[in-house]
Design a binder for this molecule. Structure first.
Ligand SMILES: [Fe+2]
Length: 307
């Protein structure tokens, strides 16, 4: 139990999972109506631990959306892939969803790691994912702490990268499959600072969403590629990460402004089914160390889903 979180009035128990990222939270029924104190305690733990986990929660779509609305305004399910759900905020993450396939070759070795929808000028600030059909083993998800990743760069490298900006884009892969068609139909790109200021914690964050970053502005292509490979490898150092083993009823709630995550691919080697659902919270435009916000290159800002 984290004593720093256990101040009087906290009704939620916080059990950290590693030194730097991830905590399990106990003593709250997310399907029930949350008190202001519970909401504040969860938010405090989220800012401190970047991703928080809950066990044995009985959420349906309605309760999932209600939970999300305690913390912000949900986005539409997915601005590129859309939704077939009756609940427009709830995105289905099935084992064989189209988004799993067709990543681009330029970022192949890092393509699993990403921060949700950073191709948008205002990426969702948080994601809440619940496991419904969970493999008996395998299918773990990993997160990495990108504020720590920045802090652990050398001072000269920090000074260098905090003056840079990068292009984030949804790339249409080759071919005319469903994935290519959907991505091509919704061209989305933004230029974000390579180091962002976290609007709540004030931390500097190495904002390098590997699945979406295509190039660093102003560098030669070879320089850009070499620097990105170095930063991506650094950003997912094991010490900065946490790995979560799901069970039915598990919920993960992460701060998209300070993390990247890795969806599992191991389950594709099995017949295990996996059905998860996600709600994301509408985010603001990131701001760099110099105070300069991101700029839109293509597409529209994400709008919150009306209540
Ligand atoms: Fe994701």
């Amino acid at each position: 139990m984290d004593v720093t979180q256990s101040t009087a009035g906290d009704v939620i128990e916080v059990r950290p999972m590693t030194i730097h990222i991830g905590a399990e939270l106990f003593g709250v029924d997310l399907a029930g109506s949350l008190t202001d104190e519970q909401v504040a305690a969860i938010r405090r733990a989220l800012l401190r631990w970047k991703v928080v986990f809950f066990r044995d929660q009985a959420l349906d779509h309605e309760a999932h959306v209600r939970l999300a609305r305690h913390f912000g305004a949900p986005t539409p399910a997915h601005i590129v892939f859309g939704t077939n759900e009756s609940h427009p905020e709830v995105y289905s993450i099935a084992k064989h969803r189209t988004a799993q396939n067709g990543r681009t070759s330029a970022t192949r070795c890092w393509s699993g790691w990403h921060t949700d929808i950073t191709a948008a000028i205002n990426p969702p600030w948080a994601s809440i994912l619940r496991g419904v059909t969970v493999p008996p083993y395998g299918g773990d998800t990993q997160w990495t702490n990108l504020a720590l990743a920045f802090a652990r760069l050398s001072t000269p490298m920090q000074r260098f990268v905090e003056g840079l900006r990068a292009v984030h884009r949804f790339d249409a892969p080759a071919g005319d499959g469903d994935y290519a068609r959907r991505v091509g139909a919704r061209d989305l790109a933004a230029e974000h600072p390579l180091v962002t200021m976290h609007p709540e914690t004030g931390e500097k964050v190495l904002y390098v969403s590997p699945g979406f970053v295509k190039e660093i502005v102003g560098l030669e292509p070879s320089e850009s590629r070499a620097l990105l490979e170095n930063l991506w490898e650094h950003a997912v150092s094991t010490e900065f990460t946490v790995r979560f083993r799901w069970a039915p009823g598990s919920v993960a709630f992460w701060d998209n402004r300070a993390t990247a995550h890795l969806a599992p691919v191991d389950i594709f080697a099995t017949d295990f089914e996996r059905q998860f659902y996600r709600v994301t919270l509408n985010g603001e435009v990131p701001v760099g160390v110099d105070g300069r916000p991101s700029t839109l290159l293509s597409g529209e800002p994400i709008e919150a889903q009306p209540a």
